[in-house]
Design a protein. Sequence first.
Length: 304
Amino acid sequence: MRSISRALGASAVALALAVTVAPVAAHAAITAPAQAASTAGAPGRVLSVPGLVNARDLGGYTTYDGKTTKWGTVYRTETLSKLTPDGVNAVGALGLGKVIDLRTGPEIQADGTDKLPAGVTSVARPVDDTSLFAFIGGVVRSKDPAYQQAQLGNGAAEERMRTLYKGFVTNPANRAALGAAIKDVANSTKPIAFHCSAGKDRTGVLSDTILRAVGVPASTSEQDYLLSNGLRAASDKALRDQVKAAGYMQNPDLLIPLQEVRGDYLAAFRDQAVADYGSFGAFLTDGLGLTTSDLLKLRSRTVS
């Protein structure tokens, strides 16, 4: 049984404790969205991995100085806990040395540990979800349309997501985990992947930070961030249909702001970093604890 929480992402893992619905083929949505995303980015960016819908390569992006991020070096995905045996084999073919898991302990307990190929090391770098974990579970389990509208409607869900993104900056433990994850990438000698639950929010800000840190324009990095919407659209819609059919929500579209990534969410993260540290560069050093050596290693590792 596939838990509702996985498709909603990090903010809704609590649903796994109480709500499951009929299985959905995890890779059913990959074909058409992957083609669209590849057209928007570059051919081969999106990975066809059984059990994943939101896995892609961060290679092929042009930097300010005309260089290009390396293919086959850094990957971003959703949780690997639902991989099929064929999916494990497909991930194994990437030649990964490490997988960085941004999920918290309770998320892993609810959703399962990653299914990794032999020889791949898992690295825990938990990033908190600012209490959305319990909140969304309670809202959905209430089965109360009026309460759900009050908590999620009229911009309330969007505001909670912006608060989540600001928390990636304001929470010291989150900054430490993100900084450590970037150092993992910088010091890797083999290809490396990182993920959260749905591969869109925490994974999105980590991807954005890495790409911008090595010289990819912010507008290009934002387009990579937004690719998650096309890749996840079919499975997210299937989830909403299941929530309604199971009698938990009369208006499951209230979940859309929690399922999607949006430019104003990313802006909340970026703006908070500048507000707290004065500039993106200062956020990297003073906020995330990265040294000049770390940043040079990151650039060397990811750009050619």
